[in-house]
Design a protein around this ligand. Structure first.
Ligand SMILES: CC(C)(COP(=O)(O)OP(=O)(O)OC[C@H]1O[C@@H](n2cnc3c(N)ncnc32)[C@H](O)[C@@H]1OP(=O)(O)O)[C@@H](O)C(=O)NCCC(=O)NCCS
Length: 180
């Protein structure tokens, strides 16, 4: 199930990833627009690794790919497959030290290719906090369309925040790939 790119392996999480996973999820910059509060407890990371070990990426629900550069864990890409198995929501994180190097574009791009080509998905969606410029820029770079804004929709870290909704259809992705 490992997906590969020139620089990355997108693989299943392993028990020995727990410490690195807890470390980057504990970074306040990484957690800023995410649902959890730092620090991220190591015990929760260990439990996460146990849960991941038993999950099948083709079954509905969340599956997280570990992003591995030469044996080092630098982030993750999550795919939440809809019950109909033709739609999914994605999420992603790159450690602060590895941002700005194109790893997120490469990793999420590879997951999109897998979802549209190998798995026949019709649509992939993503949401981000309206202040999360790097995330919105990543989605635009990958060809996602802004489909709307949910105003003061999420109570996050002590305030009401706006959510940007993005979507990418199978045919839109194929057109982008043809013209790349
Ligand atoms: C959202 C997030 C994944 C985006 O990361 P990122 O580093 O901006 O994205 P990439 O890894 O694709 O890097 C793109 C940048 O690398 C540059 N780059 C350098 N080398 C590159 C290469 N070989 N190929 C492509 N881009 C390259 C690009 O020019 C771009 O720079 P810019 O931001 O100045 O335009 C990251 O900010 C993050 O993990 N944030 C915290 C978690 C989070 O908020 N997740 C999203 C929740 S909705």
């Amino acid at each position: 199930m490992t997906l590969r790119t020139d620089r990355l392996a997108l693989r299943r999480f392993r028990p020995d990833d727990a410490a690195a996973f807890a470390a980057y999820r504990s970074d306040p910059e990484v957690a800023r627009y995410q649902s959890w509060e730092p620090p991220f407890p190591p015990a929760v990371a260990e439990e996460f690794m146990r849960e991941m070990a038993g999950l099948d990426p083709v079954e509905p629900g969340w599956f997280q790919y570990a992003i591995d550069v030469g044996g080092m864990l630098i982030g993750d890409v999550g795919v939440n497959l809809h019950e109909n198995r033709r739609q999914a929501e994605i999420g992603y994180t790159i450690t602060t030290a590895h941002q700005g190097k194109g790893y997120a574009t490469e990793a999420v791009g590879r997951v999109l290719e897998h979802l549209f080509v190998d798995r026949g998905l019709h649509k992939v969606s993503a949401e981000c906090d309206a202040r999360n410029e790097r995330s919105a820029k990543l989605l635009a770079r990958l060809g996602f369309r802004h489909e709307g804004t949910l105003v003061e929709h999420t109570w996050a870290k002590g305030e009401w925040t706006d959510d940007l909704l993005f979507g990418l259809l199978d045919r839109e992705w194929r057109t982008i790939e043809r013209n790349r």
